[in-house]
Design a protein around this ligand. Structure first.
Ligand code: IZC
Ligand code: ZN
Length: 421
């Protein structure tokens, strides 16, 4: 009796299933669950069969893709992006080249506050169309699940506008999206003399955000000239009491101790961590908080010092990777480029990078049971790569290696029929 499937991927050189119960931590990140010379069967949007070549004999498929010995992986997960925004900040490049620091540009009313002006002026439809375009580009680079943040409104009306755009994108775009409320992203001009009053106003939005299901996580930028650790602790504690998951932009530029705060509060993730202290890394290792590292941002800010990923992994921390796509500190949707930065600047192995971009990234945004793995019974989110093996992607950088993206069993992005490798 032949088994019928809707779609059969055959002749897969390496299939990274990334099978894992829970996020990978520490040395377990070196483990890569993989099948050679494999096949995958998909029916009704779900994976129904994973096996060696022989298992295809008993299969009847409505559609077959000959993967020509290529690499196949789960769809990538990007757990930290700021994809809903107006305008752009290319004019800041000259300031950066003159050595004007990121926080100085912000202090002068540029940076985030420049994007806030554009976002406040933009219509909801314009923000939607623009973000849809960026998400299409992310999809074409292999991302099938992503987090998106608000944070360019810094007032009730515009923060709600961004979150409503994110909700419309969740309903319409192929990428599965998880929303984060980042109203506490910077201190707007109107509140420059009273940041606590601004935070209180943002806290006042949380009940509505919860009722309207506009965000699952609450995030804050804990940084010099933005919000202090104590302000952040109070703000996030109030969010936690209202049932939100927590994230922190922590120790991105100055080592204020946001890493320790994230671990203390049991945050889902602590993000950036370039300045994370030894104590902060120790606390992370003792917690369930996932370290989301953003080497593309460190590169783009022109910094020499990157997050201490090696120390984190060696001490047992759960590490994920993300683009931090945003118009100011990391304007790229190319998550594959982040693989190369993780290899060369964070000194992570290919195995650790793949776990950080699939399993751990999914758990960092509460989608560990749905995304980041190719497992029978789960939604069929896969990428066929124009690459002979998993080491190839971090190695050959700056280009898009996607051949085909499959989302919920449907081919949603296809670049070429014939491989270059
Ligand atoms: O500069 C931006 O727009 C995004 C950012 N937030 C905190 N660090 C970078
Ligand atoms: Zn960010």
């Amino acid at each position: 009796m032949k088994q019928h499937v809707d779609l059969l991927l055959m002749n897969i050189g390496q299939l990274l299933t990334m099978e894992s119960i829970g996020p990978k931590e520490g040395k377990d990140m070196q483990e890569l669950v993989m099948l050679e010379d494999a096949v995958v069967g998909i029916t009704n949007g779900k994976v129904v069969l994973i096996g060696e070549r022989e298992s295809e004999e008993g299969i009847q498929a409505a559609e077959v893709i000959d993967c020509q010995g290529k690499l196949v992986s789960p769809g990538l997960v990007d757990p930290h992006t700021h994809v809903v925004f107006g305008g752009s900040r290319e004019h800041e490049m000259a300031l950066k080249q003159q050595g004007v620091p990121y926080l100085e540009i912000l202090k002068q009313g540029g940076g985030i506050l420049s994007t806030v002006e554009h976002t406040r002026q933009a219509t909801e439809d314009h923000l939607y169309e623009k973000a849809y375009f960026h998400l299409d580009r992310m999809l074409s680079h292999g991302v099938t699940t992503a987090e998106i943040k608000s944070g360019y409104g810094l007032d009730v009306e515009t923060e709600l506008k961004q979150l409503k755009v994110a909700k419309r994108l969740q309903q319409n775009h192929p990428i599965d999206l998880v929303s984060t409320f980042l109203g506490a992203h910077a201190i707007p001009h109107e509140y420059k003399d009273d940041p606590q009053a601004f935070l209180d106003e943002m806290v006042g939005m949380l009940d509505l955000i919860k009722i309207e299901e506009l965000a699952e996580f609450v995030d804050i930028f804990t940084e010099t000239g933005v919000f202090t650790v104590e302000q952040s602790r109070d703000y996030l504690t109030r969010a936690q009491e209202k049932g939100f998951g927590l994230k922190i932009h922590a120790d991105e530029i100055d080592p204020l101790g946001g890493t320790e705060l994230a671990a203390d509060l049991g945050a889902s993730s602590a993000d950036h961590l370039v300045g994370a202290s030894d104590e902060g890394i120790k606390k992370l290792a003792e917690s369930k908080t996932i370290a989301v590292l953003l080497p593309g941002t460190t590169f783009y800010l022109g910094k020499e010092t990157f997050a201490r990923a090696r120390k984190m992994i060696d001490e047992g921390v759960r590490v994920a990777l993300a683009t931090d796509f945003n118009p100011g500190s990391c304007p790229t949707e190319n998550i594959q480029l982040i693989m190369t930065f993780a290899a060369l600047k964070l000194n992570m192995s290919p195995e650790e990078i793949w776990n950080a971009m699939t399993v751990n990234a999914a758990y960092a945004i509460g989608r560990g049971e749905q995304a980041g793995q190719v497992v029978v019974g789960r939604q069929a989110d896969l990428v066929i790569w124009d690459a002979p093996n998993y080491q190839y992607l971090p190695y050959h950088y700056g280009v898009n290696h996607v051949n085909t993206v499959i989302k919920n069993g449907q081919i949603v992005s296809r670049r070429r029929e014939v491989s270059e490798t």
